[in-house]
Design a protein around this ligand. Structure first.
Ligand code: P6P
Length: 354
């Protein structure tokens, strides 16, 4: 029997090797793991309880909120609002920063999360996920501000996701590699199952929604044809796999090799900056990809170098094997200058506090 390693044991082991992987992460990750256990339980029985289906509410993006969205959002906030580890939180489901209630202590980290990404898939029993990112507090006051939230991904202290699939897995990094833990429901504990996850050299899949192909820029269209092997070049063509649930598509490509593609549309369309959000989706997955030997780009440059200017900022997203993502940048640089020149002013906006 191999060594039984819990999240706590793993971080303590890491702490010995890397002095800056402070013990604070043990508690913070444990809080997230506890929330994940609650969400996993509800997600797995969604078909049975009356928690299934949409509410009559829409979120900040005008997307109808699933009941499980709201449940996951509330659990993550309630488990973390009183611990004294955080100075603020932010969620996909809320317009603005989530303040720590005044009667609780604050701490030196900020937690950003997408509580249940891909939740529209719940009713059809497709796996969904939670995505989280942890920044260090940089503002001087007691309570967190937007300055603590809108930091580039390069500054991330930790990030990860939980995938609620055939099994529930928590995958995280504190900057010392990517590590996956699988939930053993019989004991209610996450155990290390995928130590030091690395993007494999073999590349198997590309993920893109071909229903949007008519809105793709010329460079992106040619890039996807290159991925399919249409230009020959002796490269093994990639198979297409698209679940429409970001965490699921990312997780499969992390394990099998490949690239996820959600580009910006033409500017006359509704999503010129793509659909995915920088602060609680792209940054976290870009951090993990980089830690696993991969790379993430908005088609112009490294996602981790983008200075955010607003909480729900969208970003074009290419993530996976470094050579596949860099090839996307090449095609866009060569064939999509009109789109790039229109995108750069948005990409380079600075936040009001700067
Ligand atoms: P589309 C789910 O709604 C989500 O935010 C991600 O999980 C997923 O990758 C993407 O949107 C799917 O978007 O436009 O292909 O349905």
């Amino acid at each position: 029997m191999s060594k039984i390693v819990t999240i706590e044991r793993h971080i303590l082991d890491q702490q010995k090797q890397y002095p800056d992987a402070t013990g604070i992460f043990t508690n913070l990750l444990y809080d997230i793991a506890l929330a994940a256990k609650f969400i996993s339980r509800e997600t797995n029985r969604a078909g049975l309880a009356d928690i299934l289906g949409a509410t009559n509410q829409v979120n900040v993006h005008g997307e109808r909120q699933q009941k499980l969205d709201l449940f996951a959002d509330e659990i993550l906030f309630k488990i973390n609002d009183h611990t004294g580890r955080l100075c603020a939180m932010a969620s996909e489901e809320h317009d603005d920063i989530l303040a720590i209630p005044p009667h609780y202590d604050t701490g030196k980290y900020v937690l950003l999360y997408d509580p249940l990404d891909g939740s529209s898939n719940i009713d059809v029993n497709v796996s969904v996920g939670t995505i989280f990112a942890i920044h260090r507090k940089v503002s001087s006051g007691v309570y967190g501000t937007m300055e603590d939230i809108l930091q580039p991904g390069r500054s991330l202290a930790a990030a990860g996701y939980v995938i609620y699939g055939s099994s529930t897995m928590l995958v995280y990094s504190t900057g010392q590699g990517v590590h996956g833990f699988t939930l053993d429901n019989s004991v209610g504990e996450f155990f290390l199952s995928h130590p030091n996850m690395r993007v494999p050299n073999e590349q198997k899949y590309y993920s893109a929604n071909h229903g949007n192909e008519k809105y793709w820029t010329p460079g992106v269209k040619q890039y996807v044809k290159w991925l399919q092997g249409i230009y020959g070049e002796g490269r093994k063509p990639l198979s297409h796999r698209y679940i429409g649930s970001l965490v699921s598509d990312f997780h499969r490509n992390l394990l099998c090799g490949g690239v996820f593609v959600y580009p910006g549309d033409f500017f006359y369309r509704s999503k010129p900056y793509g659909k995915l959000r920088l602060m609680y989706e792209a940054q976290a997955l870009a951090f993990l990809a980089q830690q696993a030997g991969g790379y993430a780009s908005d088609g112009v440059g490294d996602i981790l170098d983008i200075q955010p200017h607003k909480l729900h900022q969208r970003v074009p997203f290419f993530v996976g094997n470094r050579d596949l993502v860099e090839k996307a940048e090449e095609f866009i640089q060569k064939y999509d200058q009109e789109w790039v020149q229109a995108y750069l002013p948005y990409r380079n906006l600075v936040p009001t506090f700067a």
